[in-house]
Design a protein around this ligand. Structure first.
Ligand code: ADP
Ligand code: MG
Length: 444
């Protein structure tokens, strides 16, 4: 379960439209999360909002729900603008909007981002959408070409604001806002609050209601993420250690973060060659491919993603149970966002940070910042690995014997033929068979 401390409240406390409420319950949301409980009433009343809460705490619905409730469907201009830093986040938020808006087919949502063909988006604009989800670059492009008119926007949301700032979008955001002429409500959401955000609050917002959760308390990360670090001393060693963890850790899916696009490709090839289903993920890949990879990851066709920080923001993929920081994150915010890809919606997650002794200072720095300890995990040693393999292979074989399987007649014939035509005894035949299984990487 996602962290909800509001057992006394359910979604009917917001007095949403009945149809919207039905959809919320249908999705399986029972109680609002803390950030939703605190933001939604202010949002509904028309206040500007600054919402700071941990990753995975439900910030998206904190703005989608009140916006859908208050939107005027008979007003055929762009009336809602959501700014997001990355394409993936754009698609995710657009999908959520579309899902919650299902109760009324007239509500139109359009997403605009770089990498998608202009003509599709321009066609979408002609269709007079009520809601636009956009990355700043592409939106500015349209504004400069006079293809879009956002002057009548009533609700503006800046999501993952810390990342917007980091990616240098702040000037773009400012120019975008200068195109809005009507009185509008602004909400800014972020998982962290660097100084730079405090500085822009006054510029973008009008006496916002500040809902800042957990930043001053003990732990700014979800409690259900177990964090570890592992000391590695050389580059070559690091790769071996990674493979050992991939072999013995129990996981549904893994994201391995590295620092360069080139290395996402190199490392994912290496891992694939070892028999895992693995893919690279970086900002140079075209949009279609990135979407397909995320789709495959969600549907467990891929179990390992080797990614740059482009995957660290906002992505909500529930089955990621392990995050490995193969290369160091560049700063504390990057660390928090990377590990926030696991432990989503209350599920448990594990993270391992690879660290050289030289970089131990960085560990202390993170610990100070997140106000909790990161435990040391040791590399699985050879003895452990051997026992692990023995167990795994023997269980695999034991669990694979069904007494009356019809195919077994055929196998029995093969066995008799081996016994007749060779001098191998039973044990030797078994060993030869195990060797075949082992080579086929049935261990993975
Ligand atoms: P954030 O933006 O804070 O990182 P998200 O908005 O992406 O988090 O939400 C994280 C996950 O929690 C999503 O899978 C979402 O569907 C789920 N979620 C959000 N609100 C609720 C709720 N009230 N009850 C149950 N699950 C929720
Ligand atoms: Mg978010």
């Amino acid at each position: 379960m996602i962290s909800i401390n509001n057992k006394d409240y359910n979604f009917s406390c917001f007095k949403f439209k009945k149809k919207l409420l039905d959809i919320i319950y249908k999705l399986g949301y029972k109680q609002p999360t803390d950030i939703q409980l605190k933001c939604i009433p202010y949002f509904l009343k028309g206040y500007d909002i600054l919402g700071i809460a941990k990753t995975g705490s439900g910030k998206t619905a904190s703005f989608i729900l009140p916006i859908l409730n208050n939107i005027n469907i008979n007003f055929f201009n762009i009336q809602v603008l959501i700014l997001v830093p990355t394409r993936e986040l754009n698609i995710q938020i657009t999908d959520s909007f579309k899902f919650f808006a299902k109760y009324d087919r007239r509500i139109k949502v359009l997403s605009l981002y770089g990498g998608q063909k202009y003509n599709i988006q321009i066609l979408g604009l002609k269709n007079k959408p009520h809601i636009i989800v956009a990355t700043p670059g592409r939106l500015l492009d349209y504004l400069k070409k006079n293809i879009i008119n956002i002057s009548l926007v009533k609700f503006l949301v800046i999501d993952e604001a810390d990342e917007m700032l980091r990616m240098g979008f702040i000037k773009d955001v400012e120019s975008i806002i200068s195109n809005i002429n009507s009185k509008h409500q602004t909400a800014l959401f972020s998982a962290t609050m660097p100084l730079a955000i405090k500085k822009i609050i006054g510029r973008f917002m009008n006496k916002p209601k500040e809902i800042i959760l957990n930043l001053s308390k003990n732990n700014i990360l979800p409690e259900n993420i177990e964090q570890y670090y592992c000391l590695v001393n050389s580059w070559k060693n690091k790769l071996n250690i990674l493979m050992k963890f991939l072999e013995v850790e129990e996981y549904t899916s893994v994201i391995i973060f590295v620092s360069t696009k080139l290395y996402t490709v190199k490392l994912s090839h290496f891992i694939e060659q070892k028999g895992y289903s693995c893919s690279a993920f970086n900002g140079d890949m075209n949009q279609k491919l990135r979407e397909k990879i995320l789709y495959d990851l969600k549907n467990s066709k891929i179990s390992i993603l080797v990614a740059t920080d482009v995957a660290s923001r906002g992505l909500d993929i529930k089955n990621i149970s392990l995050v490995i920081n193969y290369d160091l994150p560049i700063d504390i915010e990057s660390y928090i966002h990377r590990i926030g890809r696991t432990g989503r919606a209350g599920k448990s997650g594990k993270t391992i940070l690879f660290l050289s002794v030289r970089n131990k200072k960085f560990l202390f720095y993170i610990e100070r910042h997140i106000k909790s300890r990161i435990k040391r995990i040791s590399v699985p040693d050879d003895n452990f690995l051997i026992n692990y393999r023995i167990n795994k292979l023997s269980n695999l074989i034991k669990n694979n014997f069904y007494k009356n399987d019809k195919k077994y007649f055929f196998y029995k014939r093969i066995l008799s033929s081996i016994i007749e035509s060779s001098k191998l005894n039973n044990q030797e035949i078994n060993i030869a068979l195990l060797d075949l299984i082992y080579k086929k990487k049935y261990l993975i």
